[in-house]
Design a protein around this ligand. Structure first.
Ligand code: ADP
Ligand code: MG
Length: 258
């Protein structure tokens, strides 16, 4: 049985203001889920909780990842356990290439698993990078680029997808909310997800852009509205969103407020 990310009855407040009001969502290895919803519905709040941002207080509910209590785990433990959180990329680090950065990430993980590990050898790392870049149809020269220095939106996404491929997570969370999704970035993310998609990878794409559904074909679609997931469906729900946007969601679920 594969790993799963299980969010159960999650309630979250920010500065004592309730934002998430009972979110239930399970993503299993091998499944691609899209979490959609209008701006302000709580999508980024959920992403921040998964990332372990201390500004977001969990007041009820739980998150279980691969049988463990995720909320008790530090960010690096979450990553080592096989959860990949692709968010705002770290600030650019002068003089560090993408390849250096990825090798450091692999070594840190190997040393955490075994303190006597010397990390990955240069030649093994090179082979791994070549194989991953080939499978993602990326030019090998990309690994030699300095981290984030003059990266376009699409290149940042490419770096993120490459990092994901190299770290080989069980479940990955892609928060597309504020990354300025131009067509190039959308294409990179969707092609990356398509080529890494398989029985060992579970994906949760968080976005309010219906358009992404033209590119990533999710198995499951969830709509968040006012802190709850109000609709769950498959590709049919994605089609409905593409055609009609969120107005019907507001009409159906917006009245009960106050
Ligand atoms: P979405 O990503 O779906 O657009 P968010 O999770 O960003 O929604 O926001 C949901 C609500 O929570 C909004 O009303 C927003 O103002 C509020 N919120 C989110 N993060 C913070 C924060 N750090 N401080 C104050 N309010 C916040
Ligand atoms: Mg957001």
């Amino acid at each position: 049985m594969g790993a799963a990310l299980e969010i159960r009855n999650l309630h979250v407040t920010v500065e004592d203001k309730p934002i998430l009001r009972g979110v239930n969502l399970t993503v299993k290895q091998g499944e691609v889920h899209a979490l959609m919803g209008p701006n302000g519905s709580g999508k980024s709040t959920l992403a921040n909780v998964l990332l372990g941002n201390p500004a977001y207080e969990v007041t009820a509910g739980q998150i279980i990842f691969d049988g463990q209590d995720l909320l008790e785990m530090e960010a690096d433990e979450r990553s080592r356990a096989g959860l990949f959180l692709a968010f705002q990329y770290p600030v650019s680090i002068p003089g560090v290439t993408l390849a250096n950065f990825l090798r450091l990430a692999i070594n840190a993980r190997m040393k955490a698993a075994d303190p006597t590990s010397k990390g990955i050898s240069v030649s093994d790392f090179r082979k791994l990078m070549r194989a991953k870049m080939d499978s993602l149809h990326m030019d090998h020269s990309f690994a030699g680029r300095y981290l984030n220095e003059g990266f376009s939106g699409g290149e940042k996404k490419r770096a993120e997808i490459l990092q994901m491929a190299v770290l080989n997570p069980k479940i990955t969370i892609l928060d597309e909310t504020d990354s300025g999704l131009d067509i190039d970035a959308l294409r990179v993310v969707s092609e990356g997800v398509a080529s890494l998609r398989g029985p060992d990878l579970g994906v949760l794409v968080i976005t309010h852009y219906q358009r992404i559904l033209n590119y990533i074909k999710p198995d499951y679609v969830h709509i968040m509205f006012e802190g709850r997931i109000v609709e769950n469906g498959g590709p049919d729900l994605a089609l409905r969103l593409e055609e009609t946007g969120y107005d019907w969601v507001r009409e159906k679920y917006g009245v009960e407020q106050e």
